[in-house]
Design a binder for this molecule. Structure first.
Ligand code: SF4
Length: 486
């Protein structure tokens, strides 16, 4: 099947209303191989479990062994798929994608899965991550194709489509050697399902049993949602091949060290997702305990910014002996609208998303636990909201170090100019958000809370040092660490 047309409808706002100052992950991917079953429906529900990873567009491609059909659109899964659309995607082999754009604009042309024609037939590719050598790769494409390929994912798909030797497994191995950056990819041909992960393992990907068949997904929570059983994570530099012969794998040897994104532990992945044998909820709880030890404060209550900081707030409360209470109610549906708020509603800022529980806050000295500060605007509004609700003092505690550098690996963390910690000291940020005190978790405390060794992680947005082999590609983009007083 040929790729969708090139018409470019209006660009969607990538930020859900009330969430303009947040860190956004790039995408979620999944794939199912289950002969004898129709897999469009379980793929849809697996993507639902990954909706937090991307809310701009989504799509599913399904093969019945002969034809690969795809449906993708802008919007949330619930807005894109109907019973009829799923019924029109018959077949036992699928890949699915939810997107938040970090390269390529937010238009349906860039929605995934991307369909491409190769000498081996049609394939559908869904990508989570971001390449850092896209322009160098583009030079290998014929001029007209290079001009059309807008996103890094598209460049990768076109490179793969252009190879004319070897089977798909060998072609994927060749592409993996050439691409530099973050890529966790699921790919379907008419009869095979592949999953492959960059040599650093920046973004997650796991494999599970789906009945007698197999499943791939960004996070284990997607496997659980459709009754699949987690088997293991796909290793950095590994290709998983699933077909009529079962599941097998091969590794690409690049000599790279693993560099998993530590922000998956802090914020991106769902707390019920399991990495390295532990639920992320527990890692976040330990981050809360650690920041309580590192940054204690005299206060009456501990609250968390729901839902992402709830586990850490409970950890802070348990470590400090202060009571944990609910201080903010979240409108869980506001992020699901693509109706842009008008100017007067936009001025409401976080009020669209949060409402304070006045009875719990009045007259209290409050510890507000959150995962991170990007630009500072949301935190400033939250502090003001708590004060207006009667909080006597507001002490902000964050479960990561100051974000002083952008991410180039599939996360929208804003630019140097926009990152408040890239330009101001901690006391200056504290003043800017109007908090009574501000405390960040140390790098050591953060790593210890993950239960994994420091050497396994990318921490580029804190340190300005990106994984070896990637950092070198970022010459001219990375600012040298400045003398900012902590
Ligand atoms: S720079 Fe930060 S957000 Fe990006 S991959 Fe590294 S740790 Fe994750």
């Amino acid at each position: 099947m040929s790729a969708q047309g090139r018409a470019r409808p209006p660009v969607y706002s990538p930020k859900p209303a009330g969430s303009e100052d947040a860190v956004y992950d790039a995408c979620g991917v999944c794939g199912i191989y289950a002969p004898g079953e129709n897999v469009a429906r379980p793929t849809y529900f697996a993507l639902y479990a990954l909706q937090h990873r991307g809310q701009e567009s989504a799509g599913i491609a399904v093969s019945d062994g002969a034809d690969l059909r795809c449906h993708k659109q802008m919007g949330l899964l619930s807005q894109i798929f109907t019973e009829q659309i799923l019924a029109d995607l018959p077949g036992y082999l699928s890949v699915g994608h939810t997107r938040y754009s970090t390269t390529g604009s937010s238009v349906v042309y860039n929605a995934q899965p991307l369909l491409a024609e190769s000498s081996l037939g049609t394939f559908a590719l869904a990508h989570n991550g971001n390449l850092v050598n896209t322009e160098a790769l583009r030079a290998f494409l014929p001029g007209e194709v290079a001009g059309r390929a807008e996103s890094d994912s598209d460049v990768m798909a076109q490179l793969l489509a252009g190879l004319d030797h070897g089977n798909m497994e060998q072609r994927i191995a060749e592409i993996m050697q050439r691409c530099i950056g973050a890529f966790s990819i699921v790919l379907a041909t008419e009869r095979q399902l592949f999953g492959f992960r960059d040599p650093w393992g920046v973004r997650p990907l796991c494999v599970g049993r789906y009945g007698e068949g197999w499943m791939l997904a960004s996070e284990s929570c997607a496997l659980n949602t459709v009754g699949a059983e987690f088997v293991r994570e796909v290793s950095p530099g590994e290709i998983i091949i699933i077909d009529e012969h079962g599941m097998r794998s091969r590794r690409i040897e690049t000599g790279r060290q693993p560099a998993h994104c530590i922000f998956e532990y802090i914020y991106f992945s769902r707390p019920d997702t399991v990495y390295a044998g532990q639920e992320l909820y527990l890692a976040r709880y330990r981050m809360g305990r650690a920041i309580a030890r590192e940054q204690p404060v005299e206060a009456d209550v501990v609250i968390g910014v729901p839902d992402s900081a709830t586990a850490a707030a409970i950890g802070y409360a348990d470590e400090s002996g202060l009571p944990y209470i609910e201080g903010l109610m979240k409108n869980r549906y506001i992020g699901r609208t693509f109706i842009s708020p008008d100017q007067s509603l936009r001025a409401q800022g976080v009020k669209l998303k949060f409402n304070p529980l006045v009875a719990n806050l009045r007259g209290k000295r409050v510890v507000l636990v959150d995962d991170s500060i990007v630009r500072g605007t949301t935190t400033r509004q939250l502090v003001a909201m708590l004060r207006k609700a009667g909080a006597r003092e507001v002490h902000v505690r964050l479960t990561c170090p100051p974000m002083r550098h952008p991410c180039f690996l599939g996360v929208d963390t804003a630019t140097y100019e926009q990152l408040i910690a890239a330009n101001f000291s901690v006391p200056e940020i504290c003043k800017a958000i109007d908090a009574d005190s501000l405390g960040y978790l140390s790098e050591e405390g953060l790593v210890a809370a993950t239960g994994r060794p420091r050497g396994e992680f990318c921490m580029g947005c804190f340190t300005g040092r990106y994984p070896e082999g990637i950092h070198e590609q970022l010459a001219g983009k990375v600012r040298e660490p400045q003398a900012i007083t902590s």
